[in-house]
Design a binder for this molecule. Sequence first.
Ligand SMILES: Cc1cc2nc3c(=O)[nH]c(=O)nc-3n(C[C@H](O)[C@H](O)[C@H](O)COP(=O)(O)O)c2cc1C
Length: 230
Amino acid sequence: MSEFKRREFLKSSLLTAGLGAGAVLSCAPSKQEAESDLTIMDAIMKRRSVRHFKPDPVPEADLRMILDAARMAATAGNQQPWKFIVTRDPAVILKLKEACIAASIESMKKRENPSEEKLKENTAKVTEYYDRCFSAPIFVTILTDNKSRWPSYNHWDGPMAAGNLMIAARALGYGTVFYTDSVPDAVTKKVLNIPDQYERVCITPIGIPVEWPETPEKKDLESFIVKESF
Ligand SMILES: Cc1cc2nc3c(=O)[nH]c(=O)nc-3n(C[C@H](O)[C@H](O)[C@H](O)COP(=O)(O)O)c2cc1C
């Protein structure tokens, strides 16, 4: 299959995601990893939260496909209350990183009143952590609009889009992570000039992982299932 056809097939499969769990998403870009036939179930099962990335750029076509999957998520009354801020400018990503480091150090000072030595040690750890977090070439901040038609449903609609985005990214070989507290709301609001009208759902990097993390311990399926009723 030509690359174009593979992509079109993948796109149409993504758009019908959820309609056929076994449908083949087919042919994630082979440049990234040796797995070439990710089914929707594979993409779901193999999605992991990734916090360290290679600098390789994400092609525009891939990004658009990932955002397209996000916008196809279910929403209350089909209200589609989102904005997706795409941040690619390294200078802005650096600003986000520096603001996170500053916020983290500030809260550490308030919490612990650390000695000079402890502060230096923790600053080095925090810097290393955020160097990794902000190693991706793209960040997408998912917002919901408080002025949407049914804003009381926004807190469900937001994560629906985020879920689609993360699975679609995984299908194409990219890692993501649903950042909340690690990248404080106040940081994204300030650096990305987010108007008060919008609520942040999360911010996620999109990029090729340095390595795919091991699956963290997941509860057994049986532990979730309630047969018939409580
Ligand atoms: C609502 C929510 C908030 C999260 N916030 C953060 C966060 O602030 N920082 C972080 O590193 N990961 C965050 N995560 C990612 C989780 O830590 C991760 O999903 C969990 O450990 C399971 O790992 P997995 O995604 O690889 O299955 C968040 C995930 C969700 C769903």
